[in-house]
Design a protein around this ligand. Structure first.
Ligand code: ADP
Ligand code: ZN
Length: 753
């Protein structure tokens, strides 16, 4: 006799978007065994409901499981959503950043993975209305009788009303007149051949230029690496205006010619409309732009176009790193030094570092571009891990701007009729000269609002946020005092709440104040302001304002970092940095680096076109002209700055020479957190090669109504040492934890507030 042997069971390990640090095992039903592949989205039972997850591994043995192994419900897509490279990167993130794999998958998968349950009813009885139905049942019966394949629950709601619907349907089911089919459907379905929304602004950039010698050399080197295949990381260091974008595009062209896909990462997509526009103009339908403003629908379409290789060039912010490329062979990280690549919420990770990881997994060429590379990247170059490409001259042949420091402490730099104003005499005269020549000036101040503090000049009272230990910023336009951390608002008052005197004074500068002063000083100039307030309130359209400034419709532009990035303004001759040290006083070992980068970045907007006469100018107003970061920005000595900064970092034991991890503790009640921190401190392990600093109160002790502490963990040397130490601490912390304490791990932290 020939007995058919039962096929051996197969098991799938599934990553589910839940905060547990392991995969979940499920038995694969026989009818799915052939299709259920790693990377496929599946529906699985969990608790009393169903969840969507991603198959991570498939095997003959179940992995870790608690109790009985259940069967997975269904396969939601026979095409894997994630390739091996992407899965490997997510695992890497989970290990390196000490985050549960499920949470990492949740970050990587856009919201469209959600599925919804659809109920569908069919008529089973004879093809005529039976006797004895209630009027409500009758309505349903008529509707279902008229349509043989049946009707969805929503349709029945619209036809017969929602009231008592479930009861009526149940009654019909019980009478054997209808049956119900349950079906899970993806919330969105793939539509074939949908093109992305393409904006055609900045179209004139599409005309290809003849590459400069330096650009040609860089492009050729990258082309060589692309042809060879394999992981090949580069730093492309190019002075502002040197035409890095053209090198990116030349590399993308070669990548496409070889049949690959390219990813261009930008720090914040909303702030880089020019780059996106140039990319769309150059590569047209092949481009997918991923940004946070996309509807789930359109994100879903892009995702599938990328997966099928229809979208060949993808532009996006850090989350684009998780797109399901079919054959990713080039990753470009523009402005690699930008702190906005660091994700702070949820699963904290660094976009630039993850680009390195993904490039390694995909065996892709990696280009990190910057005029002011981060110390982390420079050290990688020094250690021979990254190759160094340079662009030393501006592509248009324009001269670099002349940099000047204005010492705000000098009496003779003050404007006589406006002492204490935000514009010094040299800056005011500079603007006058520029306006006389019908050119433009950009004034940079990295602080929005009117004033960061309001102070009582008699008793010293300041307005603080009731939820955070920071002062409230005065916004005159909105007539409000606002907390820039939690958005608490209160109307300003005239009388000091503490001493009752009319003695309140706004202290310190903000862009609103600067705008007022500029308008008063240059009444005939056309002035515009760009910051999050102006753009956020919809008074000002970011792209339209940038475009107006570009074509000369605005004379003086005032802005925060929003205007610092990547923009090209042909008529811009003068850049004024109103207060260079706004970033210097932060309790952050990167403050010097950050200041240097910002100043160079803003300065790089000036004089990007060749022009007769004197070169363009950058005036840096400062109270601390001797600061090495400003001195380096003044002399333009990027290498000298890096050398000095790195030696300081090495001496003081800071990254990139050591690894840091930050353990953040917070609680709604001060006593809870305090008790926890005291006990944790007493139980900190001795860990070879690792130093624990703290736990101590965070510089912003109270934030959004929670009290905060932090423990800094510093380790040198090999990879993984800090992670092991953090795990050791977490193990001990676990025994002390209670639901009132929140504990978060941040590996390679950037925010120390
Ligand atoms: P970066 O990003 O390095 O600051 P961009 O890529 O924005 O510089 O280029 C600066 C300007 O130089 C742009 O207006 C660009 O069109 C122009 N440009 C780039 N390459 C060339 C070239 N080979 N010849 C002429 N102009 C160029
Ligand atoms: Zn607040």
């Amino acid at each position: 006799m020939n007995e058919v042997a039962a096929a051996p069971s197969r098991f799938a390990e599934v990553a589910l978007p839940v905060p547990l640090p392991h995969l979940f095992s499920y038995r694969i039903p026989a009818f799915l065994v052939d299709q259920c592949l790693p990377g496929c989205p599946v529906l699985v039972p969990m608790g009393r409901g169903w969840r969507t997850g991603v198959v991570w591994r498939v095997g003959d043995q179940p992995g870790w499981s608690e109790g009985e192994i259940r069967e997975l419900v269904d396969l939601l897509d026979a095409e894997p959503l994630m390739g091996e490279g992407l899965r490997a990167m997510l695992e890497w993130i989970s290990r390196y950043y000490l985050q549960p794999i499920g949470r990492v998958v949740e970050v990587a998968l856009p919201s469209f993975l959600g599925h919804e349950r659809k109920r569908h009813y069919r008529w089973l009885g004879e093809r005529r209305l039976p006797e004895g139905l209630t009027p409500g049942e009758r309505c349903l019966a008529e509707a279902l009788l008229a349509r043989k394949p049946g009707l969805a629950e929503e349709t029945l709601v619209t036809k017969c009303g929602r009231v008592g619907l479930t009861g009526r349907l149940t009654s019909l089911v019980r009478q054997g007149l209808i049956d119900v089919v349950e079906d899970w459907q993806p919330r969105h379905r793939h539509r074939a051949g949908t093109a992305p929304e393409v904006t055609t602004a900045w179209g004139e950039f599409s005309a290809p230029v003849v590459p400069t010698d330096e650009q040609a050399v860089c492009a050729a080197t990258l082309g060589e690496a692309l042809r060879q295949g394999g992981y090949a990381p580069f730093l492309l260091e190019g002075v502002t205006g040197s035409g890095k974008t053209e090198v990116y595009f030349l590399a993308v062209e070669q990548c496409l010619a070889l049949g690959g896909q390219a990813l261009l990462l930008v720090p914040e997509i909303a702030l880089t409309p020019q780059l996106v526009g140039r990319c769309l103009a150059r590569f047209q339908e092949g481009v997918a732009v991923l940004h946070s403003g996309l509807t789930p629908r359109s994100r879903f379409d892009h995702w599938h176009r990328i997966r099928r290789g229809e979208a060949r060039v993808v532009v996006g912010a850090r989350s684009a790193l998780f797109a399901p490329f079919a054959r990713l062979s080039l990753i470009i990280v523009d402005e690699e030094h930008e702190p906005s690549y660091k994700q702070e919420e949820g699963v904290p990770y660094h976009g630039r570092d993850m680009a390195v990881v993904r490039a390694r997994q995909e065996k892709a060429v990696l280009v990190l571009g910057s005029a002011t590379p981060s110390m982390e990247t420079l050290v990688n170059v020094r250690r021979g891990r990254f190759r160094h490409l340079r662009l030393t001259r501006r592509a248009t042949g324009a001269l670099p701007p002349r940099m000047e420091l204005v010492d705000l402490r000098c009496k003779e730099h003050q404007v006589p009729d406006r002492p204490g104003g935000l514009l010094s005499l040299p800056l005011r005269q500079g603007i006058d000269a520029v306006l006389a020549r019908r050119r433009q000036a950009l004034l940079f101040l990295n602080r929005r609002g009117f004033s960061p503090t309001v102070l009582c000049t008699l008793c010293g009272y300041t307005f603080g946020c009731p939820n955070c230990s920071v002062s409230l910023t005065l916004h005159r336009e909105k007539r409000q005092l606002i907390c820039h951390y939690c958005d608490f608002r209160q109307p300003p008052v005239d009388v000091c709440p503490s001493c009752g005197q009319l003695s309140l004074r706004p202290m310190g500068p903000g862009t609103e104040q600067l705008e007022g002063e500029v308008r008063a000083t240059f009444p005939t100039a056309r002035v515009a302001r760009l910051d999050r307030d102006a753009v956020g309130q919809g008074q000002v359209d970011l792209e339209a304002t940038l475009e107006a400034f570009r074509v000369g419709g605005i004379d003086l532009l005032i802005g925060t970092q929003m205007v610092a990035k990547g923009h090209h303004f042909p008529g811009l001759e003068l850049v004024g940095i109103v207060q260079a040290e706004t970033t210097l006083c932060l309790p952050d070992f990167r403050a010097g680096e950050r200041t240097f980068q910002l100043v160079k970045q803003v300065a790089g907007r000036a004089g990007r076109e060749v022009r007769e006469g004197s070169p363009s100018r950058v005036l840096i107003q400062t109270w601390d002209p001797a600061h090495y970061a400003l001195q380096a920005a003044l002399s333009g000595d990027v290498e000298g700055f890096a050398a000095q900064e790195l030696s300081v970092r090495q001496e003081c034991g800071y990254p990139p020479f050591v690894r840091l991890a930050l353990l953040r503790v917070s609680s709604a009640w001060q006593a809870d957190g305090e008790a926890f921190v005291v006990r944790l401190k007493a139980r900190l392990p001795q860990w070879p090669g690792v130093v624990f600093l703290g736990p101590a109160q965070a510089p912003i002790f109270r934030l959004r109504n929670r009290f905060r502490w932090q423990l800094l963990i510093k380790g040198g040397g090999e990879d993984g040492v800090v992670q092991k130490a953090v795990q050791g601490v977490l193990l001990r912390a676990k025994e002390l934890l209670n639901p009132r304490i929140r504990l978060e791990v941040d590996i390679d932290p950037y925010n120390f507030l």
